[in-house]
Design a protein. Structure first.
Length: 175
């Protein structure tokens, strides 16, 4: 139990050293990974049921060669594709937002450094060091969050593309 308190104190000190923007980066990262895990979960456990439903509707049709049948096929594919790609644009936006928030942390930290230099005349190195840490820690955190999100987003996007193509292959028009 003591280890848990020790880790919590280390995390709190790190977040305090990075400033308020670091909390925002943490919240965006948490949201991004929550959405990524939701997509992992959907592809693992939910997509199969959706595909089975569409397959039953398609295979239940007596005729699959007419223009109307092709339009219905495209409709079914589009409906499942909407579910497959549901959160992908938001995840991509959050990935792109992370480094921008890191830059915001850099700017706010440097403003603090310049403020200290203006007040003290530039002679208080210890006070300036706090501002420099508030400038560099969010930059690093934003880049790390973005890199982790890029890997997760790439993986999820590849799964989405593969599942979409498999669905098109399953809904045959040769009967």
């Amino acid at each position: 139990m003591y280890q848990l308190y020790e880790w919590a104190d280390i995390i709190r000190r790190f977040m305090d050293a990075g400033g308020d923007v670091l909390w925002l980066i943490a919240a965006v990262t948490f949201l991004m990974w929550t959405l990524l895990f939701e997509r992992f979960w959907f592809f693992r456990f939910g997509l199969g049921g959706e595909v089975d439903q569409v397959m039953q509707v398609w295979e239940g049709r007596s005729e699959r060669k007419s223009w109307n049948a092709h339009a219905i096929r495209e409709l079914l594919i589009s409906q499942v594709n909407l579910k497959i790609r549901e959160s992908l644009p938001l995840i991509q936006t959050l990935v792109a937002l992370c480094p921008l928030l890191g830059l915001l942390g850099t700017v706010t930290g440097m403003i603090e450094v310049f403020n200290i230099m203006a007040v003290t005349g530039g002679g208080d190195a210890k006070s300036m060091a706090g501002g420099v840490s508030k400038a560099t820690i969010p930059t690093m955190a934003g880049m790390v969050a973005a890199l982790s999100g890029v890997f997760g987003n790439t993986y999820i996007t590849r799964i989405a593309e593969r599942e979409s193509e498999l669905l098109k292959d399953h809904l045959t028009t040769d009967h």
